[in-house]
Design a protein around this ligand. Structure first.
Ligand SMILES: Nc1ncnc2c1ncn2[C@@H]1O[C@H](COP(=O)(O)OP(=O)(O)OP(=O)(O)O)[C@@H](O)[C@H]1O
Ligand SMILES: [Mg+2]
Length: 294
């Protein structure tokens, strides 16, 4: 395959996406403020925070959760029945759908025959799983990193899905992502107005958070929320860790305390919502900040 093909394919996608976004903007349905992406180092609490936020946002709005972490544990954190959750087939291996939309089955070769930027406006309707009447979830599977020149059909489909959810506006969208920042390329973050960057109170964790803050800002995400999770009263440590982040970038800072209840409720956050959890009020404070900055 020649590199000219890849370039012209990408250019074609870009211009079609721009048309799509322009169309959505003129119809008043493209508000980045309604979309939140959650990122940070492994094990910092991204999925737990995403799940709690989903229930809190659902008090006012419909929520579409997007699980973009190949570990696919957001359905469990939301409290979906474990047997049902275990049977979820993620989008990246829905071979029939991928073929229907892109014209090629996964593993069938490279992308010369792909239909670029396929119409995936039915994806939530067909593959969204209802958690309750306000919350649904779309499980993506592995999203290949952008920029590696992979025009395989599953990659094309997932990128189109991310673009599609970026212009939905009848609900709030929360996207939980894989640990680290490598995935945090332009495809995944396009159209998101808020980035929650989760960190532990540790030097290693803030290094990842610092890169995420810079990437989010460079990608044009206007509202960046740095969240220290599992905090146990070490305020001076937090102040010195914040200094690791580029001071020219605006971001807010929140703290979520260590909550011993997590050990007993794991993996579902649902019992926390009706108990004396220390975590839930702190996540609510974060949400209020998000609403205020919108
Ligand atoms: N504030 C907290 N207090 C106590 N335990 C917590 C808190 N937040 C999260 N945890 C626990 O920490 C563990 C990791 O949380 P979680 O799975 O949400 O992290 P993650 O960032 O999504 O991890 P991964 O990078 O593997 O996706 C879980 O067992 C969770 O219950
Ligand atoms: Mg997770």
């Amino acid at each position: 395959m020649s590199s000219e093909f890849i370039l012209s394919g990408e250019e074609e996608r870009d211009s079609r996406v721009k048309d799509l976004v322009r169309g959505a903007e003129s119809a008043g349905i493209n508000n980045p403020e309604n979309r939140i992406v959650i990122t940070g180092k492994g094990g910092t609490g991204k999925t737990t925070i995403t799940a709690i936020l989903s229930y809190l946002i659902a008090e006012k709005h419909k929520v579409l959760d997007v699980d973009a972490d190949p570990q696919m544990n957001l359905p469990y954190a939301l409290g979906l029945d474990r047997k049902v959750a275990a049977k979820i087939v993620p989008l990246n291996v829905q071979a029939d759908y991928i073929e229907e939309k892109t014209g090629a089955r996964p593993g069938s070769g490279w992308g010369e025959f792909l239909s670029l930027n396929p119409d995936v406006s039915d994806v939530v309707e067909r593959f969204g799983i209802g958690i309750n009447d306000k919350i649904s979830i779309l499980v993506m599977g592995t999203l290949h990193k952008s920029g590696i020149g992979c025009l395989c059909p599953e990659n094309d489909l997932l990128e189109s899905v991310v673009r599609h959810i970026s212009i939905r506006n009848d609900e709030r969208i929360l996207m939980d992502t894989e640990a680290g920042v490598e995935h945090f390329g332009r495809a995944i973050a396009r159209g998101f107005g808020h980035a929650i960057v989760v960190s532990e109170v540790s030097f290693n964790s803030i290094q990842v958070a610092s890169s995420a803050v810079t990437l989010a800002w460079d990608l044009g995400i206007k509202n960046i929320h740095l969240v220290f999770n599992r905090v146990a009263g070490n305020k001076d440590d937090i102040d010195s860790l914040i200094d690791e982040i580029d001071p020219s970038i605006p971001f807010t800072v929140d703290q979520i305390p260590f909550d011993e209840n997590l050990r007993t409720v794991d993996p579902s956050v649902k019992p926390l919502l009706t108990s004396n959890s220390k975590m839930v009020p702190a996540v609510r404070k974060l949400l209020n900040r998000i609403y205020e900055s919108s």
